[in-house]
Design a protein around this ligand. Structure first.
Ligand SMILES: NC(=O)C1=CN([C@@H]2O[C@H](COP(=O)(O)OP(=O)(O)OC[C@H]3O[C@@H](n4cnc5c(N)ncnc54)[C@H](OP(=O)(O)O)[C@@H]3O)[C@@H](O)[C@H]2O)[C@@H](O)CC1
Ligand SMILES: [K+]
Length: 501
């Protein structure tokens, strides 16, 4: 069994892949083997998480997820724990594996009741074995029976640690979105863990998945999955870049940041966003960083960033640069976008550049044409910006983040970083990646500009676009994960910390 940490990559398998792996494993094993392994793994983790537990409350659903819970119940009972199973199945409709485990739990002498038979304490354990991958996907999910929701709410409100079997019940395997009706009103009161069985599912790591799942563990049930079936990948750290001794500032690429609408234009000075991106590019290791503020803006002397080279937009040699365009660009960015799209060799498009493209068909055509010229482009939308580009709602994007990122890739032929909890990186011909680092402290103004600048630096240093996107997103999140508790995470400090490693 493995605790999933952000320090190593992992393949992720969607529902179809997991079913295929399950099917072929089950065919080569004696009946009930997988469920027995799943139940034993669940019981072992429960005991490790709650070593002093006197009581366990296990809510078991009508399918094989419930079967795993029943199997675990028998083990925990035999270990001397007072186990209560609330079982929501009906005997006539039980799958054979779960029927077998029901009998084993009964034979072991487990109590069956509607609620725990003794009051739970913080030392005890609750197990959610109501629903796993059998939840009907997407819009096909039917509304859950109200008493199921009441039980799930009681599990989350209990003072005991909560262990979810395979998936938090109601979370969709492939998307990490809650199925209709399942989104909880409140998070779990105590620590929450999820034990993924056989495979790690993408839904555990993006959209609502990270909040719902808590700490994720994997037990492969001793089945070696065929990695070619992976539908996505959880990224890990990239190898540290080696700098040759005989190198110079031109060895690590030139990044140009184009953005920062001036105060004179509409009374909103947005130079700060461009400055944050430029500062991040500089501290992330770019050899030279050029800053072209729009509306002929100039940096106030007080900013004190002597390494940044200010340029008028017209003076930029776009064909030779990695251009980061959009940060704080406001309305002014639309005026430079035709030239940027037509000439920049490598282009990161962020924020206002994406909004300008979303509202202008000619710019969309110019963006799509870049791929036909084999020029690299990376889009870095948050869900609302992605929705504008796709002509749908942000809710639709969040309902299937992997699919939304891949739709942008198909439409524009570029790499797409869809930001948010569990940022998705998708690219032409690539298995999409989900980033495991980052936390809610990044939800503050300017951190997106910092990411755009870091991305420019990682790309300019020589990585190919998809790898640069994965490494910059990973590092941006890792900085936040390592941020000192007592220090406010502000974007300017994040930019200065974005050292290249
Ligand atoms: N994959 C593996 O390798 C292994 C899998 N194992 C375990 O099996 C789990 C998958 O089991 P599963 O296929 O029986 O599905 P599961 O999650 O129990 O749910 C199905 C039940 O829920 C019901 N139901 C669905 N939606 C509903 C709704 N909205 N509201 C109400 N009811 C709803 C559905 O009803 P039906 O649609 O059939 O009428 C059916 O009764 C998997 O997650 C893992 O824990 C391990 O034991 C071994 C290895
Ligand atoms: K579950």
């Amino acid at each position: 069994m493995l605790r999933i940490r952000p320090d190593s990559p992992h393949p992720l398998y969607d529902l179809a892949a997991t079913r295929a792996i399950e099917h072929s494993a089950a065919a080569s094993l004696p009946p009930h083997t997988l469920m027995q392994r799943a139940g034993l793994a669940t019981a072992r983790l429960a005991r490790a998480l709650a070593p002093h537990a006197r009581a366990a409350w296990i809510v078991c659903g009508p399918g094989n997820n419930g079967g795993d819970g029943l199997e675990a119940a028998a083990h925990l009972h035999r270990a001397g724990i007072r186990v209560t199973v609330t079982w929501l199945g009906s005997e006539g409709r039980l799958p054979p594996d779960a029927q077998h485990s029901l009998q084993r739990a009964r034979d072991a002498g487990v109590d069956f009741a509607d609620a725990p038979t003794i009051a739970l304490t913080a030392a005890d354990i609750c197990i959610d074995a109501l629903l796993g991958i059998g939840l009907a996907p997407g819009g096909a999910a039917r509304p859950p029976p109200p008493h199921w929701l009441a039980l799930l709410a009681q599990l989350r409100a209990a003072p005991a640690c909560l262990l979810c079997v395979d998936l938090p019940s109601g979370l969709q395997t492939d998307t990490g979105a809650w199925a209709a009706g399942f989104a909880p009103d409140a998070p779990a009161q105590a620590a929450c863990h999820t034990l993924a069985l056989l495979t790690l599912k993408p839904g555990l790591f993006t959209a609502q998945g990270r909040d719902a799942a808590g700490t994720v563990w994997l037990d492969t049930l001793d089945v070696l999955a065929d990695e070619s079936l992976a539908s996505a990948r959880l990224t890990g750290p990239s190898p540290a870049a080696q700098r040759a001794h005989a190198s110079h500032k031109g060895s690590y690429g030139d990044v140009a940041v184009v953005g920062g609408e001036g105060l004179a234009r509409r009374g909103m000075g947005m130079e700060g966003a461009a400055l944050l991106a430029a500062s991040a590019a500089l501290h992330a290791g770019a050899g030279r960083v050029l800053l072209a503020l729009l509306d002929d803006g100039a940096l106030p002397a007080a900013v004190g960033a002597p390494e940044l080279m200010q340029r008028r937009f017209e003076a930029l040699d776009l064909e030779a640069l990695t251009v980061v365009c959009g940060c704080g660009g406001g309305e002014s960015v639309a005026e430079v976008l035709p030239a940027v799209l037509a000439r920049a060799a490598r282009l990161v498009l962020d924020a206002d550049a994406l909004n300008a493209i979303a509202s202008d068909a000619a710019l969309q055509t110019a963006l799509a044409e870049r791929a036909t010229r084999r020029w690299g482009t990376i889009l870095t939308p948050h869900p609302l910006e992605a929705a504008r580009l796709l002509g749908c709602s942000a809710q639709a994007v969040q309902a299937d983040r992997l699919a939304a990122a891949q739709r942008l890739v198909q439409r524009f032929g570029c790499v797409c970083v869809l930001k948010g909890s569990g940022s998705v990186v998708a690219g032409p011909g690539r298995v999409p990646a989900i980033n495991p680092t980052g936390n809610a402290r990044l939800a503050t103004a300017g951190t997106g500009d910092v990411l755009a600048g870091m991305l420019g630096a990682h790309w300019a240093a020589g990585k190919e676009s998809f790898a640069a996107a994965c490494s910059a997103v990973y590092q941006h999140g890792r900085l936040a994960d390592r941020w000192s508790e007592g220090q406010a995470l502000v974007a300017s400090a994040l930019a200065k910390a974005s050292n290249f490693d």
